[in-house]
Design a protein around this ligand. Structure first.
Ligand SMILES: NC(=O)c1ccc[n+]([C@@H]2O[C@H](COP(=O)([O-])OP(=O)(O)OC[C@H]3O[C@@H](n4cnc5c(N)ncnc54)[C@H](O)[C@@H]3O)[C@@H](O)[C@H]2O)c1
Length: 257
């Protein structure tokens, strides 16, 4: 499916992987709607790309509905939903001091990463369902979700994050089956270690990133956000990619720590 002339809504579009995806899709003729908490960066990027910013907390149903309404209001048919909003968290099931994992932090990570993805997928797809099909197959649009290789091999302290991302992986096949009725494909990307602001900018962050790169197979470096965005566009453009969970990780297999 060609993105040219369509509207595309991207959660987390104000930074990192979502920002790169917004740039990639806008560069190929999509009208992008950046749905993010970060108003300052989100607005600046949307303005630069000739798109729209919708201040959105993906955990809030009404705000997600308003962002999807903003995409419909662009006047271009909404055909692309990319879920890239997410947060990290590090805490052990039983911590070093023998205290159990804080349930509030577990809930928060699941709420943002998993429920947030569920929210934009369901509300976005309902809007896509109202558009005319674009091809002889009856296709109307594509959803691309962002999980993580931590969904498959979570490291020490990744219990909450892995649960949230594993939920996104788990939703992929049933969502693709449900949405087939309206001509929508669903794919999920599991990134490894991609160089984005999620790791921060301190001297410690550089040290941390160097450590993360050690087990990457090839190329021996972090992935780039534009490489992720290229994969997202490929998944949108290739009409036979559906219900797939794709690793995007330079061959890394996470070790326990
Ligand atoms: N960078 C990596 O190495 C990596 C690896 C695996 C998975 N991921 C996943 O990719 C996605 C994007 O990560 P990134 O590296 O670009 O991070 P990032 O921190 O650069 O960007 C995340 C964006 O999500 C937004 N956001 C956070 N909570 C939100 C909420 N409740 N509602 C709306 N927006 C919200 C933030 O404002 C930010 O703009 C995340 O889901 C992350 O878990 C990243």
């Amino acid at each position: 499916m060609d993105v040219n002339g369509s509207a595309a809504i991207i959660s987390g579009g104000a930074s990192g992987l979502g920002e790169a995806t917004a740039r990639e899709l806008a560069g190929h003729g999509a009208t992008v709607v950046i749905a993010d908490l970060n108003e300052q960066r989100g607005k600046a990027i949307a303005d630069e790309l000739g798109g729209v910013f919708a201040k959105t907390d993906v955990t809030d149903d009404e705000q997600v509905q308003a962002a999807v309404d903003a995409a419909v209001a662009t006047g271009k048919p909404l055909r692309v939903v990319v879920n890239s909003a997410g947060i990290g968290w590090a805490e052990r099931t039983v911590n070093r001091d023998r205290a159990p994992h804080n349930p509030a932090s577990f809930r928060k990570v699941v709420e943002v990463n998993l429920i947030g993805t569920f929210n934009l997928m369901r509300i976005g797809a309902a809007a896509i369902a109202k558009t005319e099909p674009v091809d002889a197959d009856g296709q109307r649009g594509v959803v691309v979700n962002t999980a993580s290789v931590a969904a498959l091999e979570g490291q020490t302290g990744q219990l909450a994050y892995s649960a949230s991302k594993g939920g996104i992986v788990g939703m992929t096949v049933p969502a693709a089956r449900d949405l087939a009725a309206i001509g929508v494909r669903v794919n999920t990307v599991c990134p490894g270690i991609i160089d984005t602001p999620i790791y921060g900018f301190s001297a410690n962050a550089d040290e941390f990133k160097a450590k993360l790169v050690a087990p990457v197979v090839f190329p021996k470096r972090m992935g780039r956000p534009d490489e992720f965005a290229h994969l997202v566009r490929s998944l949108i453009e290739n009409d036979y990619m559906n219900a797939e969970v794709v690793r995007f990780d330079g061959g890394i297999r996470f070790q326990p720590k």
